[in-house]
Design a protein around this ligand. Structure first.
Ligand code: C5P
Length: 396
C-alpha cells in the first residue's frame, strides 16, 4: 500500500499516513504478542498476517451489516498485513461487552459462577492508561471528564453491543461461544460524516475470548498465551496454531449467503404494491423477483415459476400478494417459506430478513441495526414531543 510517514506505534501495530489522502491511514499489524500491559512479550512469525486477516474479515462483516467502522479495504495476503482505514481521533477508552462471566469480570464479581451467561449483556468502559493498568471508568465520569459526550457514550454502548451480538451469531455457527470482546472508537477527522463515531483500531484474536463448544478448556484466543507457563517455542507454536484456525474460521464471516424474495401478485392492479414491498426488501439488501401469476387465470404458470425459483442457487422466500388462494397454493407447492404479502411492506421485509438471518450473520446484523434505529427514532420523537409540553403536563 502507498504509505507515508509513521504517525503512531502501538504494542502490536504501526500507523502510517497515506500521502495522497489526508483522511486515511494505513494500519500494519505486527508479529508481537503481549500480555499484562506489555509485561510479557513475544514474537510469533506470521502473527501479523493472521491478525490483519482476522481484523479485516471482522470489519468487512460489520460494514456489510451497516455498522459505522473505520475500515476501507485490505488486510488479505496480497496486502502485506496492511489495511486502509479512515483516519480518526481516537477516544481513549476500551469498550468491553460480556456475554459470559470470565476474566476480570469474574475476578471482580466473586459471587457469580465463572462461565455464567450474562443477560442483559454487560458493557464496561476502561480508560486507556497503561501506567494505571487501564482502570474501569463509570459513564458519568467519562462525561464529567469530557472524554465523550453522554450521546456518544450511549452510541458506543449500543454499537459495541450490536457488534458483540453479530460476532456471537457468526461464531455460534462455527460452534464457538463468544465470551467477551473489546472494541475501541474514534471520531472521523474529515471527509464524509466528519466527527462521526466509528468502530476503529483492530478486532482480532487478541480482542475477544472464544470457547469452542462453549468450553473454557477449548479456548482459541489470546488467553492461551496469557496462561502459558512456561513460554517456550513449543507453547508459542500452539498459540500460532490457534490463531491460524481463528483466521481461517473468520474467513467466511463476511460472506453473505445469497437469498431472493420472490414476490407474487395475482392481479395487475396490485403491481404498485409489489414495487413497495420490493423497495422495503431492498433496504435490507435482499434481491427480489416479481411475478404476476394467478391461481385462477394462470395456475400452471404459478407452479412453473415456483419450481424454477426453487431450482436456483439462492435461498428463496415467497411473498404472496392478493387472494388467499395464491398464498395457499404457494404454501402447498413450495418447500421454501411463504409470507403473507398483504401486510405492511416494512414488516414483510423484516420477516424475510429474519428468515435469511438464521444462517447469515450480515443479514442478522442488518435486522439488529434496523431494530436499533427504530428504537432510537422512537426515543428521538418522544423527546421532541415532551419538549413541546408545558412543565408538569401529564403524558397520556
Ligand atoms: O481482562 P478482561 O476480562 O477485562 O477482558 C475483557 C475482554 O477485553 C477480553 O476479551 C480481552 O481479550 C479484551 N481486552 C483487550 N485488550 C485489553 C484488555 C482486554 O482486548 N487491553
Amino acid at each position: 500500500m502507498d504509505k507515508g510517514i509513521e504517525i503512531a506505534r502501538g504494542k502490536t501495530k504501526v500507523l502510517y499516513e497515506v500521502p495522497s489522502s489526508p483522511d486515511q491511514l494505513v494500519v500494519a499489524q505486527g508479529d508481537a504478542i503481549t500480555a499484562g500491559d506489555g509485561a510479557r512479550r513475544d514474537e510469533i512469525p506470521g502473527k501479523g498476517r493472521l491478525a490483519a486477516q482476522t481484523t479485516s474479515r471482522v470489519f468487512r462483516l460489520l460494514n456489510l451489516c451497516g455498522l459505522p467502522t473505520h475500515f476501507l479495504n485490505g488486510g488479505e495476503d496480497d496486502d502485506d498485513n496492511e489495511m486502509l482505514v479512515r483516519r480518526c481521533s481516537m477516544i481513549p477508552l476500551e469498550v468491553v461487552v460480556r456475554g459470559v462471566a470470565a476474566g476480570s469480570f469474574a475476578r471482580r464479581h466473586t459471587g457469580l459462577q465463572r462461565g455464567a451467561i450474562l443477560v442483559p449483556r454487560v458493557t464496561e468502559f476502561f480508560l486507556k492508561d497503561d501506567a494505571n493498568h487501564d482502570p474501569l471508568i463509570a459513564p458519568e465520569e467519562i462525561a464529567a471528564r469530557g472524554i465523550a459526550s453522554p450521546n456518544e457514550i450511549g452510541a458506543m454502548s449500543e454499537i459495541a453491543r450490536l457488534t458483540f451480538e453479530i460476532l456471537a451469531h457468526a461464531w455460534r455457527h462455527r460452534d464457538v461461544l463468544l465470551v467477551d470482546m473489546k472494541v475501541e472508537f474514534g471520531r472521523l477527522i474529515g471527509g464524509e460524516n466528519q466527527g462521526q463515531l466509528v468502530i476503529a483500531d483492530v478486532i482480532d484474536n487478541d480482542s475477544w475470548r472464544i470457547w469452542r463448544h462453549g468450553r473454557e478448556d477449548q479456548m482459541l484466543d489470546k488467553q492461551i498465551y496469557r496462561n502459558l507457563d512456561p513460554v517456550d517455542a513449543e507453547a508459542l507454536a500452539r498459540v500460532k496454531a490457534a490463531y491460524e484456525q481463528v483466521a481461517d474460521y473468520v474467513g467466511n464471516f463476511p460472506a453473505m449467503r445469497p437469498g431472493v424474495a420472490a414476490i407474487f401478485v395475482d392481479d395487475a392492479r396490485m403491481v404498485d404494491r409489489a414495487n413497495e414491498v420490493a423497495a422495503a426488501l431492498h433496504t435490507f439488501g435482499i434481491p427480489t423477483a416479481r411475478h404476476l401469476a394467478s391461481v385462477t387465470v394462470t395456475p400452471g404458470y404459478v407452479l412453473q415459476i415456483v419450481s424454477q425459483i426453487e431450482a436456483g442457487f439462492a435461498r428463496p422466500i415467497f411473498v404472496a400478494i392478493g387472494d388467499q388462494t395464491l398464498r395457499a397454493t404457494l404454501d402447498g407447492s413450495a418447500s421454501s417459506p411463504v409470507i403473507d404479502g398483504n401486510d405492511e411492506p416494512h414488516r414483510i421485509a423484516l420477516a424475510c430478513a429474519k428468515l435469511l438471518a438464521i444462517d447469515d450473520s450480515a443479514m442478522f446484523g442488518r435486522v439488529m441495526l434496523a431494530q436499533s434505529n427504530a428504537r432510537s427514532e422512537m426515543l428521538r420523537v418522544d423527546a421532541l414531543l415532551q419538549q413541546q409540553l408545558p412543565p408538569g403536563a401529564v403524558i397520556a
